[in-house]
Design a protein. Structure first.
Ligand code: FMN
Length: 209
């Protein structure tokens, strides 16, 4: 697991309401590209870098090790990578799903992870989990089709995707350390990470229940 914490004082100020409520969160990122220099992984790192101090984020390494979903295999005993991914999602307050666009849809790695997280039917670990969908591509549309498809699949799987999702176009030139070069896009990303934390706080059961 890769752990990130927020670095910048200004970031901490902007997301301070989450600190004052004591609602510190853990966000798990699932990245749909296994490429070493993946821009989607970079986008996940950038999003997690926006978390307020005290909250934590991690990028799961497990999607790359999942076999294709198979109901026979799952009912005979889920493979280790699937069991561990389900545990990681179960421990997270919210999920980032970050996918490239492959031939007009989300990547198979991203879709396969959703499939494993969607079972057992009606009670998959993704059920009720807030999810922020992001996508980066080298083209101008920022993985629009892939993101739309991911929101649909997460919804059908029982997750709670934010209806807003964010795409990063021209991804090879889009990043600068732990920020997006385009200020408006970076602000948008920060707003959406804040929205994800709000959704996670709202979906937590009240204390003592
Ligand atoms: C098999 C394949 C299909 C692709 N199809 C699309 C596509 O439909 N739309 C698009 O914008 N980019 C497409 N691309 C370009 C990827 O979005 C681009 O390579 C992106 O950087 C991959 O993400 P990564 O950097 O995280 O690996 C495709 C790339 C591959 C390898």
């Amino acid at each position: 697991m890769t752990i990130f914490t927020a670095r910048r004082a200004a970031q901490r100020r902007e997301l301070a309401p989450f600190l004052s409520t004591g609602a510190l969160m853990h966000v798990l990122a699932i990245v749909g590209s296994t490429r070493a220099a993946s821009t989607n992984r970079r986008l996940a790192e950038t999003a997690l870098a926006q978390l307020p101090e005290g909250s934590t984020g991690s990028i799961s390494e497990l999607p790359a090790h999942l076999p294709f979903y198979d109901e026979d295999v799952d009912s005979a005993g889920a493979p280790d990578a699937a069991t561990r991914l389900r545990a990681e999602v179960g421990e997270a307050d919210a999920v980032l799903l970050v996918t490239p666009e492959y031939n007009g849809g989300m990547s198979a790695v991203a879709k396969n992870a959703i499939d494993w997280l969607s079972r057992p039917f009606g009670d998959g670990i993704i059920k009720g989990k807030p999810v922020l969908v992001l996508g980066a591509t080298m083209s101008a549309r920022g993985a629009q089709w892939a993101r739309e498809e991911a929101v649909k699949s997460v919804t059908i799987a029982g997750g709670l995707p934010l209806q807003r999702h964010l795409g990063v176009p021209s991804a090879f030139e889009a990043f600068d350390e732990d920020a997006l070069r385009e200020p408006e896009l970076h602000d948008d990303l920060r707003t959406l990470v804040g929205d994800l934390l709000t959704a996670a706080a709202e979906s937590r059961e009240p204390a003592g229940v």
